[in-house]
Write a protein that binds this ligand. Sequence first.
Ligand code: NAG
Ligand code: NAG
Ligand code: NAG
Ligand code: NAG
Length: 469
Amino acid sequence: MTDVYSGHSQFILLTDNRRRWFDGRTVFLITVISLPIIVFCGIYTIILKNNESLLYPKSYGKVPSLWTNRAKIYTNHPKTYPKNNEIHLFGAKTFNQIDDFKLVCYYNFPTDDFNTLQPKNIDPFLCTHINVGFANVYNNTLTLDVSQLEILKSVVGLKKINNKLKILISVGGAGNDTGFAEMVLNHATRKLFIKSVLEHVKIYDVDGVDLDWEFPNQEPHHDKYQRMHFTQLLEEFRATINKQTRHKFMVTIAAAAPPFLVDNCYDVSYINQFVDFISVMSYDYHFYSKITPFTGLNSPLFQSSQDKGYFTNLNINYTTHYWILKGMSRDKIIIGLPTYGHTFRLTNNHNNGLYAPARGYGRLGSDGFVDYTQTCKFLSMNQISPVFDMEARSPYATKASEWISFENEQSLSFKAEYVRDQQLGGAMIYSLNTDDHMGACKIDPNIHNEPFPLTKKVREILDRNYSLF
Ligand SMILES: *[C@@H]1O[C@H](CO)[C@@H](O)[C@H](O)[C@H]1NC(C)=O
Ligand SMILES: *[C@@H]1O[C@H](CO)[C@@H](O)[C@H](O)[C@H]1NC(C)=O
Ligand SMILES: *[C@@H]1O[C@H](CO)[C@@H](O)[C@H](O)[C@H]1NC(C)=O
Ligand SMILES: *[C@@H]1O[C@H](CO)[C@@H](O)[C@H](O)[C@H]1NC(C)=O
């Protein structure tokens, strides 16, 4: 009874069943095997592939986390700042030609994990002034620990090689300057501090003190009298210095750059009479923070057409004119130039100009800070050509999600020329430690690398008689 057809049909049925069974199993197998691969590839593409092609230089220590304090104060601008803050230039101005620009270089005490630059490796003829930092204000007195004093002595020893070199002790620094608030409070405590400075001048043969309080009359330890007390401190310093016969010394300050801080923290025309000069911290103008989650330049010279509102005030040119407008003498204004850069992590790799959305610090460097050696190595390892923003006279470099604002010889030449053209007192470098102090960066393998290429470039522009070659 079995007919061919039914057998045939049974066969067909069987094959269909098999096929169905086989199909189900295939789908199952494919799913089981490929799902993790698909998920992995997806995650890899989204998270890792952004930086897949990037190589990072090794051995970068952590920066002191306190360093981010100033950058945050600068970038987290107050809403109350007036929008129409116009600055009027004072017509034609005749400048006194100065041929002795200052080059004030900050030198941070070396530590194990960061700042490996030793005093013996500092060129004694590179800078006119070296600010050694940072000392603390402790119990109303200038305080350095034993290892810091040893380093200080070695730096002062450089004067034996260049007797024109001036060494100052820098007190305070970003975020670690709480001792100032207590010390400036009254005449008696200020007197204790000034006395302790004078003792250091006498004992260690230093040439002065640089007060780096960031900032008087500013959160979180502020009171409304701090600005006045700071002025009084400087006035009393000047009176003490005037009384010295053998131990005259300099008093300088590290001063804020954004106009709202200049207004808030300093009686400019008063302190102008008392200080030898001010080192303006004209950097950290743009920095990643939750309030400013976008890219920007660390130390732009001029306003960029993309700057809006408050950000039009954040450049060296605006800061310089603001200090002059408020009463600071041109020849006492020392323009701060960074050798370090800031890194950002882009939200969208393809949106990578100025003011591009950022979602954190870059991977390069630490806490958004990166020294020139690391930047330079990173650029050459990944063959990245920086973009030069001609408006701001500053470069930036970007690849995948990494975005870096930094300075190079070209940008610092423009900025040093500005110091010349405007006949200011000179330039300040922050810092020797973050310059390529070993000459380790090789962009062009055929070129012999000089140590301190950035600081040397500034020196070369400011001093017609100085040449790199
Ligand atoms: C603080 O300084 C005063 C004198 O100026 C001294 O008597 C006191 O012992 C010091 N305190 C500490 C904790 O060092
Ligand atoms: C901050 O100041 C305190 C003393 O006031 C000092 O012990 C400490 O080492 C300082 N930290 C840094 C990073 O300079
Ligand atoms: C520099 O600042 C002054 C004063 O704000 C301004 O008049 C001038 O146009 C600025 N220069 C440039 C090139 O932006
Ligand atoms: C630069 O060199 C010229 C000529 O050699 C000299 O007259 C001048 O004093 C030098 N200037 C400085 C700042 O050394």
